[in-house]
Design a protein around this ligand. Structure first.
Ligand code: NAD
Ligand code: UD1
Length: 350
């Protein structure tokens, strides 16, 4: 059947996707520099496989490697061939993702995100592996005021993280156009992935102080020392707080497998696809559902708006539905339950 290479597979979304791939019987090779993740995640994935009475943990290989080291990447592809299990498809999560850090250090962001992607595609081409699913982001749409964002919404990233993602999308488009007979490409524009695997063994493990709402909400609720700061209650939304499209990370994992299978089977594809639920939730609504689901109190206060924020970012997911005949299933309650379960079992991460 061949194996699937998952770059950044030790990270938040990558680790959940690897687990889902193994559960579906795929042989998975993780390539990760561990710049924003821990080796322990590999043990945890294996532990979940074992707990499920599976011997499938043997289907997981891990290589600590930075994609910018092209010789090492080539070696991973050639070893897979020599081992009788050539890499048939790639899910490319690896990259840096902190908006604030990208504004301070754009050179780093272009270097890591773009050079990694160019190296990867170069090696894939050399080894005749031309199916790739790439982690893009809804951040590409900038501060659009549209109620629902579809794939045709104007691309207007407002920070180097976003422009680097757009740069990679354009690069992949050029590769596709020049060799359209052979490449199959999906660029997935995620909205806001949260939650964790229901075992509580893997979850989001931000290195340093998180910026995103959900890991902050978990942390402040667990530690009970400081308030969660809500960035503004004067937005033109249902209750004045920012609205986002939260999606359970296990739904996102499933989406990757479905898309990889789709582009591999139908060949010659170059898709841009929003991955979201299509439902918006305000910060206050998220807090309310979190409190009710987990029977806890979230300490919070309202502060000024955050620069660069948008009032509402919600996916139009019609293309996802029509392409895969599939939509995310898990509820906000399940996201809150699983995220809290991960936090209380791993208060300080891995
Ligand atoms: P993450 O930081 O948890 O995972 C990324 C992984 O890539 C990390 O394990 C890191 O060590 C690895 N990595 C970074 N640079 C590398 C390199 N040069 N070579 C090899 N490995 C490298 O992030 P995540 O939340 O799992 O996000 C995965 C992808 O999805 C990223 O590309 C991110 O930009 C994108 N994305 C994430 C979100 C989100 O809210 N989490 C939203 C939209 C898009
Ligand atoms: C942010 C990034 C975006 C990136 C995405 C995923 C900005 C401006 N945007 O998007 O580029 O793709 O993360 O990594 O940084 N909020 C609070 N208090 C907090 C944190 C957030 O009230 O401490 C609010 C925000 O104002 C927003 C919502 O919570 O309304 C979600 O914020 P966040 O989790 O940072 O995600 P995005 O803003 O969608």
């Amino acid at each position: 059947m061949g194996s699937i290479l998952v770059t950044g597979g030790a990270g938040f979304i990558g680790s959940h996707t690897c687990l889902s791939l193994i559960e579906k019987g795929y042989e998975v090779i993780i390539l990760d520099s561990l710049i924003n993740s821990k080796n322990e995640v590999i043990n945890r994935i294996k532990k979940i496989c074992k707990a499920n009475n599976d011997l499938l943990e043997k289907n997981l290989k891990f290589f600590k490697c930075d994609l910018r080291e092209i010789n090492k990447v080539e070696k991973i592809f050639s070893e897979a061939i020599n081992g009788g299990n050539p890499i048939k498809g790639v899910i490319h999560f690896a990259g840096l993702k902190s908006v604030g850090e990208s504004i301070k250090n754009p050179i780093l962001y272009w270097d890591v995100n773009l050079i990694s992607s160019i190296n990867l595609v170069r090696v894939m081409d050399k080894f005749d592996c031309r199916n790739i699913v790439f982690s893009s982001s809804a951040t590409l749409y900038g501060q659009s005021s549209k109620e629902l964002l579809n794939e045709e919404t104007e691309i207007k990233p407002i920070n180097p993280y976003g422009t680097s993602k757009y740069g990679i999308e354009l690069f992949l488009d050029d590769v596709f156009k020049s060799t359209s007979e052979i490449w199959s490409i999906a660029k997935l524009r995620y909205f806001n992935p949260i939650g964790a695997h229901c075992s509580g063994l893997i979850g989001e493990n931000p290195v340093g102080i998180p910026n995103n709402i959900f890991p902050l909400l978990l942390d402040k609720t667990y530690k009970k020392k400081e308030n969660l700061k809500i960035f503004g209650n004067d937005w033109p939304t249902i209750d004045g707080t920012g609205v986002r499209d939260y999606i359970h990370v296990m739904d996102l994992a499933e989406a990757h497998i479905k898309i990889l299978e789709h582009i591999t089977q139908t060949k010659n594809k170059n898709l841009n696809l929003n991955i979201g639920t299509g439902k918006g939730t305000s910060v206050l609504e998220l807090i309310k559902i979190f409190e009710k689901t987990n029977n806890v109190k979230v300490p919070f206060e309202i502060v000024d708006r955050r620069p660069g924020d948008a009032a509402s970012v919600v996916a139009d997911n019609q293309l996802l539905k029509s392409t895969l005949n599939w939509l995310p299933k898990l509820s906000l309650e399940e996201m809150c339950r699983d995220g809290w379960n991960w936090k209380i079992k791993n208060p300080f991460g891995y």
